[in-house]
Ligand binder design. Sequence first.
Ligand code: NAP
Length: 300
Amino acid sequence: MTIFNVDNKAIIGVIGLGIMGSSFASNLLSRGYNVHVYNRTKEKAQSLIEKGAIFHSTPRELASAADIIMTSLTDETAVDSVAFGKDGLLDGARKGSLWIDLSTIDPSASIKHSKAAKKAGLNRLDTPVVGSKDLASKGELIILVGGNQTVFEKYEEFLKELGKTVIYLGEDGNGHKMKLAINLHLGLLAESFSEALTFSQKLGFNTKTFVETINKTPIGNYISQGKGPKIVEGNFEPAFSLNNLFKDLRLINAQITRTGAVLPMTKVAIEEYSRAIQNGEGQKDFSVIALELQRKNGLT
Ligand code: NAP
């Protein structure tokens, strides 16, 4: 097996320059890679072009230039359109090149994409990520990998340029399955934090006191430490949008139906997030769920 040569001569194509894709591209540029980019909305590529990225006007054109094609897109529909649509990446990709999908999508879609890639002569891994834009721009994400083990081992060193922890989980779709399980915990954690915060307010504490106190205890966690101080400030600038977390909760719900899992808290949390979406908060960070609960309790 030839190990992929991790040098900056390789051409890396990034398709999708949202919060995460632009951070991946920026990280790779700072590491000296030749980074080629495509985004449906070209304006979002401007700052990367100024840093040296090459813009392509179609996924097909980008794929024909790249050794590795990365997709970081909202959902299955977006990946389908970029991969299989007119001027899609599968039409342009060179045989033997690699496509990694860092989006969070349904595991069965991931398996479907892998089959199509293999048919077109490409290697593909599902590589959804844990961590947000700060870790993405430093190359310190956690990457959950599904797909052929030989392909994974060939490209493992490259994946470590994107994530400090790279975890191989087995066959196609397994990266995306694990990602859903982790994001279920993330969604429940944010709802649970919001309830404790609101309860503390009802007991007469202000939000700053609650956040500072919980973060001095062993109960402090990713949400209370990472999001808590921002919730106190009322800062809901999106690092991970409520719309995207809710998209994952819908995928989780479909897997709950498929597997017959009985998850009572999940049902309630999905209703709460759904209400926040209906109230027009979808573009904000998912931690806005705390604000929703405060409103419901007459606290804002
Ligand atoms: P985002 O900021 O909303 O960006 C979404 C990207 O998808 C944009 O480039 C958008 O293009 C593109 N897109 C959407 N629909 C499309 C379509 N039909 N055709 C072509 N392009 C389309 O999302 P993000 O936060 O970067 O997340 C990207 C993926 O990573 C999602 O699956 C998300 O769940 C996952 N994720 C996010 C985080 C996080 O912390 N943000 C963490 C882990 C995983 P336009 O610019 O043209 O709209």
